[in-house]
Design a protein around this ligand. Structure first.
Ligand code: HEC
Length: 135
């Protein structure tokens, strides 16, 4: 294969890869933030749909995880790809719903916590639809 053909193939592969087609490049900081922080913290918050926190310790843990999600949302906002309205909106909604979840946990309000958790769940899919996971 000539040098030029090889270069063309590489460019074609890049153009066809879903991450590139999907939109602006995403910061390499996003993946570890999702895997190490957003994933585990949100699982702990979403778990309240199965069972409300049983004691003070469990309520405090949920509140802490929700606050972790608020700060992750803040970080995500800073990592917004240029001119990406969906990203900005979904990161903002994640912060809003996580803040509501933390407040509900502080108030020991199981119904409020459930509602905020469900709304928070939708913010994940809202961003992942336009920003698929890179291999
Ligand atoms: C503002 C956009 C945005 C929001 C909101 C968002 N994500 Fe993500 N998420 C991403 C992007 C972009 C990737 C892919 C990053 C990559 O592959 O480089 C990702 C990847 C992931 C991954 C895969 C990590 C890995 O190891 O491959 C998990 C798990 C994840 N997100 C969970 C969540 C959960 C749970 C929520 C909601 C609580 C959420 N995300 C909200 C943008 C977002």
């Amino acid at each position: 294969m000539t040098h030029v053909t090889r270069l063309c193939c590489a460019l074609l592969a890049l153009i066809l890869s879903p991450a590139v087609v999907a939109g602006p490049a995403v910061s390499p900081k996003v993946k570890p933030l999702m895997a190490n922080t957003v994933g585990p913290a949100s699982e702990a918050v979403f778990a309240v749909a199965r069972a409300a926190p049983a004691d003070d310790e469990a309520w405090l843990a949920v509140e802490k995880h929700a606050l972790t999600l608020v700060s992750a949302g803040k970080t995500l906002k800073k990592l917004t790809p240029a001119a990406d309205a969906v990203w900005r909106r979904q990161a903002g909604l994640l912060m809003e719903n996580a803040t509501a979840a933390a407040k509900a946990a502080k108030a020991r309000d199981a119904a409020g916590l459930n509602a905020a958790s469900e709304a928070g769940f939708n913010t994940c899919a809202g961003c992942h639809q336009t920003h698929p996971v890179n291999p």
